[in-house]
Design a protein around this ligand. Structure first.
Ligand code: TXA
Ligand code: MG
Length: 323
């Protein structure tokens, strides 16, 4: 555990740590990130080591402003630029052809680099202060539940980060939507905090990448989209939206739910939004998973979300967490 890690709100200190090649956990509107100077290969390598992350899983590069994109990419297609102007700062990552200033390790050797301008004011201030782009995956040990508070980061990675910049709980709660512009037609590689409907409203219908079960995880269209991810340590089973949840007999069972169904017999129930509001569901989702995972239960039952808006990203995380 993390009794010695420094947690605070000192942006100048965080910038100094980053400039000298250290690791800082940063707040974003989606989840906390584990950041390093994206142009420093040694610092980037330390991210992979700290998370125990396979090097085939590329990192997102965070920028202070849309005007910086062209320093790191060699093409910024009009549709990508329209999305960036409309939704940045915000929860959408654009994969664009990279320039060579971005080290191979950041992109796992791919020709595209994922870039985004996050909307948390402290991290925007940090990006302006440190004056380097920040490579940052979610700040959790690889495969685990993404962190949405500074104390989640401390619990999982406190022993390996140099500083945790505490920006309070993340407001969106699920990772950014990743859209690739490496082919003429835009492709959504990962559903996330910006709905596919919001993307289509700006650039028209978009394809969704489908993973190929015959290929291994490193050969999927989006290499980080592993079949098992975001996973609690105890088994988790999914139920349909309108199914009545019944705890497994003889087991201490937790329920992750939303809406107004009144289930009984569970040892712990977390309702992320009685009104069924998907923004509230997303904001509370990872914290609820963590809570249930550390409540001394034998299993978790989770109710699927509606398959639209942010529900698409939530159901994606549920599927991976339960596989
Ligand atoms: O909201 C977020 O995106 C958070 C915050 C910290 O910004 N970051 C995040 O990073 O979720 P991470 O590393 O947990 O997920 C990044 C995923 C990769 O696993 C991969 O699926 C996709 O983004 N990705 C990143 N760069 C890519 C690239 N060059 N080509 C294809 N996919 C890429
Ligand atoms: Mg992650």
């Amino acid at each position: 555990m993390s009794t010695h890690v420094r947690i605070g709100t000192d942006i100048d200190y965080a910038a100094a740590v980053l400039r000298s090649g250290g690791l800082v956990a940063i707040p974003t509107e989606t989840v906390y990130g584990l950041a390093a100077d994206a142009t420093n290969p040694k610092a980037v390598a330390a991210i992979f080591a700290a998370k125990n992350r396979p090097t085939f899983d590329p990192l997102i590069v965070h920028l202070a402003d849309i005007s910086q994109v062209r320093e790191y990419v060699c093409a910024f297609p009009p549709a990508a630029e329209q999305l960036a102007s409309r939704y940045w700062p915000g929860p959408i990552t654009l994969v664009l052809p990279r320039q060579s200033v971005i080290p191979d390790l950041v992109t796992s050797g791919l020709d595209g680099v994922g870039v985004r301008v996050p909307s948390h004011p402290m991290t925007l201030q940090l990006l302006r202060t440190c004056q380097c782009p920040l490579a940052a995956p979610s700040a959790n040990p690889f495969g685990g539940i993404s962190p949405t508070t500074a104390s989640h980061v401390a619990a999982g990675l406190g022993h390996v980060v140099d500083y945790i910049l505490d920006g309070g709980p993340c407001t969106v709660g699920v990772e950014s939507t990743v859209v690739s512009f490496m082919q003429p037609q835009a492709v959504v590689l990962r559903p996330g905090g910006l709905s596919i409907e919001a993307i289509s409203a700006v650039i028209g219908p978009v394809e969704r990448a489908v993973s190929d079960p015959a290929k291994d995880d490193s050969a999927q269209p989006s290499p980080g989209m592993l079949s098992r991810h975001y996973a609690p340590r105890i088994p988790m089973r999914l139920i349909e939206r309108d199914e009545i949840a019944i705890p497994a007999s003889g087991q201490r069972c937790g329920l992750l739910t939303w809406g107004t169904n009144c289930e009984t017999g569970f040892d712990r129930v977390i309702n992320v939004s009685e009104a069924g509001d998907l923004q509230s569901c997303a904001a509370g989702f990872f914290a609820a998973l963590r809570d249930l995972d550390s409540s001394g239960l034998d299993c978790i039952i989770a109710r699927k979300f509606p398959d639209s808006g942010l529900g698409v990203a939530l159901n994606d995380r549920l599927r991976r967490a339960s596989s």
